[in-house]
Design a protein around this ligand. Structure first.
Ligand code: C2E
Ligand code: MG
Ligand code: MG
Ligand code: MG
Length: 289
């Protein structure tokens, strides 16, 4: 414990801060090892057609099978990966893995209803020179089609070097790859970018869905986003749907797609094919009336 008698001169020693710093440094070093040692995994969360509950796509979500700390979610390492640059090889790996997985599912199960896999791309990864070529190559190597891929970017990517970003997005779009804005509504966006940028899908952030039943204002906001998207010819995915009430409210607004624990948590790859058949619905819609 640091000496605290002269007021203001000493920072009180806080062991939890020290622990956090040490853990960050360890994480940073171990992350590169994780890539080389095959410790990364991908889980897949179903994206459903809201009215029917049928699965139409999956989102790839990275996990780290840490040798001593167990299975870690992105919260434990994505920030460090961003700072250190490890997010670039990690993101590249997730992209190849997810496309390969979708190709494998489709080959094994021709009746599969999955239309695409959604892959998160960090701003740093997107801005790495050669990113578009990396995407093109990943699609070819997986034996996939560009239409099978949706890239999730965040609003903040669109703020800086907008011309360069727009160029790359147009190149991807020309290939047939589609683009979603993840966590839509949480950024600083002026909305005007929706006119300039080739965007296909808005993913409405969970924070808007959380209180959709409790707050008239939240509900009005989501309704406005859904209407905006429809008028701009964009698809909408509502994120973080946790109960039947939220789902019903979204169906009422004609929100076409959704994702959330109400339908399924992220699951391992072998759990997806049994869910992804025409007749299958994750959670059937309650009778309306
Ligand atoms: P995201 O892209 O917005 O993904 C949705 C997150 O919300 C996932 O968390 C998912 O498990 C969680 N989620 C989905 N439905 C529900 C629900 O009903 N309730 C609750 N409480 N949570 C729900 P996860 O897997 O922990 O990922 C967190 C974030 O990490 C992602 O947010 C994404 O920003 C980032 N991330 C994940 N994988 C990758 C990746 O491969 N590359 C990059 N750059 N970022 C990734
Ligand atoms: Mg996402
Ligand atoms: Mg999101
Ligand atoms: Mg989110």
């Amino acid at each position: 414990q640091a000496k605290g008698s002269d007021k203001g001169t000493w920072q009180r020693y806080r062991p939890e801060l020290h622990t956090e710093m040490v853990q960050r440094l360890e994480t940073r070093a171990a992350l590169y090892e994780a890539i080389d040692d095959d410790q990364l995994r991908v889980m897949y969360q179903p994206i459903v057609d809201l009215p029917t509950g049928a699965i139409v796509a999956v989102e790839a979500l990275v996990r780290w099978q840490h040798p001593t700390r167990g299975l870690l979610g992105p919260y434990h390492f994505i920030e460090v990966a961003e700072e250190s640059g490890a997010i670039v090889p990690i993101g590249g790996w997730v992209l190849r893995e997810a496309l390969g997985q979708l190709a494998a599912w489709k080959a094994a199960e021709p009746e599969m209803t999955l239309r695409y896999v959604s892959v998160n791309v960090s701003a740093r990864q997107f801005r790495t020179p050669g990113f578009v070529d990396q995407v093109r190559q990943a699609i070819t190597e997986a034996g996939a089609k560009p239409e099978w891929l949706l890239l999730e970017i965040t609003e903040s990517l669109l703020l800086r070097d907008a011309d360069q970003v727009a160029n790359d997005l147009h190149t991807l779009r020309a290939l047939g790859v589609r683009i979603a804005i993840d966590d839509f509504g949480t950024g600083y966006s002026s909305l005007s970018y929706l006119r300039q940028m080739p965007v296909d899908v808005l993913k409405v952030d969970k924070s808007f869905i959380d209180d959709i039943l409790g707050s008239e204002q939240q509900r009005a906001l989501v309704d406005a986003i859904v209407t905006l998207a429809r008028n701009l010819d964009l698809a909408v995915v509502a994120e973080g749907i946790e109960d039947a009430g939220q789902r019903a409210a979204l169906v009422e607004m004609d929100c076409p797609y959704g994702q959330g624990y109400h339908f399924s948590k992220p699951v391992w790859p072998d759990e997806i094919p049994p869910l992804a058949h025409d007749a299958q619905t994750l959670v059937a819609s309650p009778a309306r009336g």
